[in-house]
Write a protein that binds this ligand. Structure first.
Ligand code: DNO
Length: 381
């Protein structure tokens, strides 16, 4: 198992690489070209620049005797343009052009040594919450999803306004104001879209991109829908174990894989994350670990601390499953709470991406991993 930490790049994150360096266990920076609009190709120069920042130590670091450096093996995300998902020309880009750009991006990432690329395949919206700073009983804040609030919403643009205005100055991943400024066009692209058609479009995407992944040794890893149920009448197809199985069967290559986000997958009542780990182990190249707690029968939930007993997700059994399989790919802590006055800092962290709770989560993940692995090795000898 390799521990990763998501970082949004210089000037776009309240956490520094030097902060991350002091969290025991982190090897990989999970990164992206945050300001690159979906649909455009990532050039080799842009990729090398980003990797240089992540992988190298500054002269002043070296002077201070710092030797611990990172790799940038995992990219989250290369977002899929709406024209690929809808199968139509959207925002002036045709599906074929967008597919071409995606292939170029994968090839350039592969040439630079990137091992895993995460993406999602949800129409219009990436992850969704109704409150980004929901107070918890311990005085911290976390992200919250109010099911009744969303089902009352007839106009998704209200949600966009709310998300964008509460995120502060930092980019919210998957919520690019430039793209969402064209919400009516995006919505029109999905009018009458059936699940069958959507899966067909998905297959077209995979069949176009997977051969390039194979050639350049880049594993493609889809992130489950967050939350894992349909919204606003648009089809979502990565919400259940059956759905994931279907998507993995659309293209049988080992390069068509999964980024199993334990928290997103568990937001659908009845989904069993431990079972999913077991079922898909040979195609999971990246994992996000976090916990949630349901707060009402409608399925509203709050994000909580990672420990199993803090919420409804059995994160300890999840880690046991990974340890049993001696998982060799990447894991990162996902969203954390905001702790110890992080919200009062001059630069409030991006929601879910403060420093402290994610550092705590890593120590929980590693503690479980070390204990389970020791036990397994002991059983063998
Ligand atoms: C939010 C993230 C998502 C995720 C994408 C993957 O914090 O979990 O934005 O990175 O859905 O493409």
């Amino acid at each position: 198992m390799h521990i990763g930490f998501r970082w949004y790049g210089e000037g776009n994150d309240t956490v520094s690489l030097d902060d991350i360096r002091q969290i025991p266990g982190v090897e990989t920076i999970v990164w992206s070209l945050q300001r690159k609009p979906a649909g455009l190709a990532w050039s080799s120069d842009e990729i090398h620049h980003a990797l240089h920042v992540i992988e190298s130590l500054s002269p002043s670091d070296e002077e201070r005797g710092i030797t611990r450096s990172f790799n940038g093996n995992v990219v989250e995300s290369v977002n899929v343009h709406e024209s690929i998902k809808s199968g139509k020309t959207v925002l002036g880009l045709s599906r074929d052009e967008a597919l071409d750009h995606y292939r170029t991006t994968i090839a350039n990432l592969g040439k630079a040594g990137i091992k895993v690329v995460t993406y999602n395949f949800m129409p219009v919206f990436d992850w969704l919450r109704t409150d980004l700073y929901h107070p918890l009983p311990d005085g911290s804040t976390a992200m919250y999803y109010d099911a009744a609030k969303v089902s009352r919403l007839t106009d998704p643009s209200i949600l966009v306004d709310r998300m964008l205005s509460s995120g502060g100055k930092l980019t919210l991943t998957g919520w690019e104001p430039e793209r969402l400024a064209h919400l009516p066009e995006l919505i029109t692209a999905y009018e009458g879209m059936t699940r069958t058609q959507y899966l067909k479009n998905y297959q077209t995407f995979l069949d176009a991109v997977i051969p390039v992944c194979e050639k350049y040794d880049v594993r493609l890893a889809v992130h489950p829908d967050d939350p894992s149920f349909d919204l606003f009448g648009w089809p979502r197809v990565v919400s259940t174990q059956e759905g994931i199985k279907k998507v993995l069967s659309l293209n049988s290559s080992q390069y068509n894989g999964l980024c199993l986000c334990i928290g997103s997958f568990s937001s659908r009542k009845g989904n069993d994350a431990v079972q999913a780990v077991h079922a898909f182990m040979d195609r999971i190249y990246f994992t996000h670990v976090r916990n949630i707690k349901f707060t009402d029968p409608q399925g509203s939930f709050t994000e909580v601390a990672c420990r199993a007993s803090e919420g409804d997700v059995d994160t300890a059994s999840v880690m046991r499953e990974y340890a049993e399989h001696n998982y060799q790919w990447y894991i990162r802590p996902d969203h954390g709470r905001h702790l110890w006055n992080e919200n009062e800092l001059k630069h409030r962290p991006r929601p879910g991406y403060g420093l402290y709770d994610r550092a705590l989560s890593i120590q929980y993940i590693l503690g479980l991993w070390d204990a389970f692995r020791m036990d397994i090795e002991g059983r063998k000898s």
